[in-house]
Design a protein around this ligand. Sequence first.
Ligand SMILES: [Mn+2]
Length: 340
Amino acid sequence: MDVGRLMEEGRRFLSKLPRSGRLLIVADDDADGVLSAHLFARYVHKRNPYLSTLITITQRERMTDILAEHPDYTPVLLDLSPTPQLAGYLDETGRKAFAVDHHPWNEHPHTLTGYNPHLLGVPNASKYNTGFLVYLLFRNEINKSGDLWKVAVTSFGDSCYDYLKPYYYGLDERTVELAAHMVGSVSPEKLPVLFSVLEETKDIGEFVGNEELLRMKREFERGLHDILSNLDKYLVEGGKNYQIIVLPPERARFKSAVATVASKRNPDVLFAVGILEDGIYNFSLRYQQARERKVHLGVFASNLGRRWGTNGGGHAPAAGLRVPEDRLDEFIAEVRKLLS
Ligand SMILES: [Mn+2]
């Protein structure tokens, strides 16, 4: 069974981690990344008390800079697939790194030890989200400490929740959803608040009752609603089955939520929602009908990222892609071609 194979591979992965020294946990800035970072740091430390951990939440294209800024740490990437830049950096420096991830990998530098179901050829590998993989690594300790609800929350937005439900038997689904939205609403500068709440709460009931996090969630929802009800204002180009939307930089934190919600409301439309920063459009791509239409946004994004020397990648229905400002028309033409 696939989960059995993943557990076995997880044991091998853990045995390769250093027993002492400093770990730099670099995690994606979404609910799966943030909660995985919290769980990984907490349980790797319980297991190896001589390891110290530092958590950084970031975007994929910033990874290499962050590693270079912390030369004395062993990096552990969570929910982030290696970029060509990172592969070049690791190959050049020979620096050892680790990664727990469920995105398809196009790069695999030889000094990177990965724990990723895609590397094992497991079917539907993307659905074993990073939170679930971290759970497999530390499951005895997580079960004992009553932290299983955090694993459930990581998986909520990652389309594997239904599949993983038996593992979370007994949790109320609406409460898990609320907790996932609370995590997803925290702005980057407020992440320390979230991490301290996660350290201190003993169960999901206490977590969803946290007033400060609930206030952040309401604020986020107001902003999201405001954008979604004025989406035409941000439309750059649209056809019958695609919409290219560019939000102003001050709305950057709403980008992926706008893409996800808009595409769930219009499953037969491909949404590209981007922000222009430093001459590059950073797009979130979503297409609910990707699988039925035999479209893989992750492959699409990774090919274009390679062509333009930027970054792209992800899953079939959800991916990220950086498009140089002067390639916007070419990008739109590629979207049309993909859907035709
Ligand atoms: Mn994920």
